[in-house]
Design a protein around this ligand. Sequence first.
Ligand code: CP
Ligand code: NVA
Length: 333
Amino acid sequence: SSQPKIPHFITLADFSSTQIYNLLVSSINHKNNAKYLNKSSGAPLAGKSLALMFSKRSTRTRVATETAVAYLGGHPFFLGSQDIQLGVNESLLDTSKVLSSMVDGIMARVGSHDEIETLAKYSSVPIINALSDKYHPTQILADLMTLHEVYLPQSASYNAHLTHPKETLPGLKIAWVGDGNNILHSMLVTFPKLGIHLSAATPKGYQPNTEVVAIAKRDAAKTGAKLSLTSDPKEAVHEADVIVTDTWMSMGQESEKEKRLLDFAGYQVTSELAKEGGAKSDWKFLHCLPRKQHEVTDEVFYSPRSVVFQEAENRKWTILAVIDALLVKKGFE
Ligand code: CP
Ligand code: NVA
């Protein structure tokens, strides 16, 4: 058709390394302007609205998005699954057509990844994936921003805007110890593309999706990033700069709790694991949150090597950059 293609933000697999770096630079500038320089955004979204259509709970993604849209002068509003007709009286297709006829963007947290693809297919406005069972793209932008801040040579003050993320991220080694879930999938389609080494330990039966692994292998071959998949947590953390994990029970898997606790035995991130596996002595810890003690001890989680709360805050600045790109700049450079 002659309709211009609407930009969406569904998975980082769709974006080039340059586009990802540009989003990080934009996030860093927004943080600097809004938080440290107290600058107004000029309200470029005045009169515009963004619907948050969430079929699962959220603290970070919801608050990051609502405050980011407010900062840009727009109106965010939350539609939980108890509030709208979707899923009970109305299809996703019809909901997508109706909602997009009235709003300027939709941030959607869904169950199956097909749902976000259906939304994007039928929506006349940009769709942002706020988490699906396959991917969580906005989370990985926040992780990258946090790593950039941590590995800045001048880390004492917020002068991240002086150094390009391209200077700080490639060559890092990230080790995942946990479930082959949406967070790992998003890392797999992003880190190798940026030249970041990734090793992941997942228990047998919980390996990442093979199609996602194929993307990671293809990207790693292009950039020279090392990619390794194992079921041995010690092997994964060997020489790691960063160890990262997530809950063993993602939203919707609560009934599998007992089985998963058994299947993930030995996968808790501990100081001993890092030491015995030979992680770098100054290794850092990331976790998207919410966190349970199963996957990481308090000792690690609340230690100075843990940057999880900085990572959580950076959800706001990175989501702000994505909304700015989609709704203000109208595309990704
Ligand atoms: N990390 C993350 O997406 O958190 P919420 O589920 O609280 O949004
Ligand atoms: N893997 C988790 C991430 C939560 C932010 C889930 O899908 O529930």
